[in-house]
Every structure is written in C-alpha cells, then in structure tokens.
Design a protein around this ligand. Structure first.
Ligand code: 6PG
Length: 252
C-alpha cells in the first residue's frame, strides 16, 4: 500500500466541501472507466453535511443514474430509525436524487443480525459477480473515525478486526445501538479508494493514535485499513489534525 494522503482543511465547512469535491471527481472517473460508481457510505454524523452538499450544490456534478450505493456498516435498527445509517443517508442525499430502488443496496438492520450479514454478503456477490473467496472492489469506501479509533463497526478488541474470509459480520459493540453489521477489513482494503472523513477536536487523539501511534490494531482498529491496491485518503479539519506531529498537506 502507498502512504496515506493526508489533507488538512482549515475548518469543518471546508472539509465537507472538499469531501464532496473528491467524491464527485471519483464518481466521474469511475463512470468513465467502467460505467458505474460503486460508493460505500459511512454512517454516524460527520458525513451528513457532505451528503447534503452532494444532493444540492454538487447535484449536477455527478451522473447519479450510474450510482450504486452500499454501506460500510449499519446499526441493527429499522431503516426509519433515527440511529439508522440508511435513514441518515436517505434524509440527506438519497431521497433527493431520484434513484431507482435497484441502485440502493442497504444492509437490512431490521433483520436478525447474522442473517442480515449473510444477506448483505449475497448482495455483494450478486452485484460484483464474485467467485468463491473473491472480494468486491468498491470505487470508493467512505469511513469515519470514532474517538476510540474504531471505524465502520470495527471496534477495539473485536475479533472482526482480524476477519479475513467473511465480507460482512454481525458484531456487538460498546456504543449505542450495540448490535451492528460491518464490512470486514479485506473488503475495505480491496477498494480502489478509501477516504476517511474526520472533523473536530474530540477526534484529535484518535487521529494521532491511528496515524502516528504504535501499531496495535486491537487498540486502534482504524490502523487495519490499508488498501492493498488502492489509495487511502485522510480528509481532516485542522482541529482533528491538531495533535499530528508530521506536517501534512494543508489544503488551501
Ligand atoms: C457508525 C459509523 C462509525 C462512525 C464513527 C464516527 O455507524 O457510527 O460507521 O464508524 O463513522 O463512529 O461517527 P461520527 O461521525 O458521528 O463522529
């Protein structure tokens, strides 16, 4: 894997705009290259502003009819639950793009978690036409970072961090809601691009631990993210990057 590209923006607003610009650029490149844009969305709250920008200011920048939308993880709640990652994406972007239902590949958080994980794996096999032991190659996987260095729903101490064969697993995490489905590291690390989007002072210690701390994926699960044959981008605002010692590319 090549070194991560670390881009630091002045503030959160500039970060969200830069993320939307990057996504629009990757979408165009992907559609030109292979006729669709396979995007794996992250959950939580950070990406909401970028999703909103993509649906408004950047609406005409992407040929949305070629979007195929997936999730990196989902909470085990119904799709209209305020805690649902699908619900957040649907509110901020998907419901504003006039997509066909077949373009949206959500994780069924309302189902029995192990069953939902198996269903999602089958959906990935079908869409990416995967053979035995093959993993999907997303054009872009978006990720957030928890203040305990988790990403997707790969939490400290969870065996899922070391999963090498399953594509999606059900996990029990130390956060609300506790039951989740998450993509596994081999899927994320098979992506063409992985983009972390991290904002705020509260994330600065985790950013420092993951990027400059000792290698310990059980303690800092986000360290497991290292695309074998893809690009890793960290988009940070100045606050989230404030504890980094190495100079990074301060984007103008
Ligand atoms: C989730 C996310 C999770 C999130 C981080 C950061 O389902 O919550 O997948 O990995 O990206 O917890 O969350 P915030 O953006 O809300 O800080």
């Amino acid at each position: 894997m090549t070194e991560p590209k670390i881009i630091v923006l002045n503030d959160a607003d500039e970060l969200y705009v830069r993320a939307a610009e990057e996504i629009a650029h990757i979408a165009g490149e992907s559609i030109c290259t292979h006729g669709e844009f396979t995007l794996c969305l992250s959950g939580g709250s950070t990406p909401a502003a970028t999703y909103d920008l993509l649906a408004t200011r950047f609406h005409l920048s992407v040929d949305w009819k070629e979007l195929q939308c997936f999730w990196g993880d989902e909470r085990c709640v119904p799709p209209d639950d305020p805690e649902s990652n699908f619900a957040m994406a649907n509110r901020t972007i998907l419901s504003r793009l006039a997509l066909k239902p077949a373009q949206i590949h959500r994780i069924r958080g309302e189902d029995d978690p192990p069953e939902a994980a198996r269903e999602y794996e089958q959906m990935l096999r079908d869409h990416f036409n995967l053979g035995q032991g093959e993993f999907p190659r997303f054009d872009l996987v978006m990720l957030g970072l928890g203040d305990n260095s988790h990403t997707a729903s790969l939490f400290p101490g969870d065996p899922a961090v070391h999963e090498t064969s399953r594509m999606a697993v059900a996990v029990q995490v130390d956060a609300e809601p506790p039951r989740r489905i998450t993509l596994t590291p081999p899927v994320i690390n098979n992506a063409q691009r992985v983009m972390f989007l991290v904002a705020g002072q509260s994330k600065a210690p985790a950013v420092k631990d993951v990027l400059e701390g000792p290698r310990d994926v059980d303690k800092y699960p986000a360290q497991i993210i290292a695309p074998e044959n893809g690009e890793l981008i960290w988009l940070l605002d100045r606050a989230a990057a404030s504890l980094l010692s190495k100079p990074s590319l301060l984007s103008k």
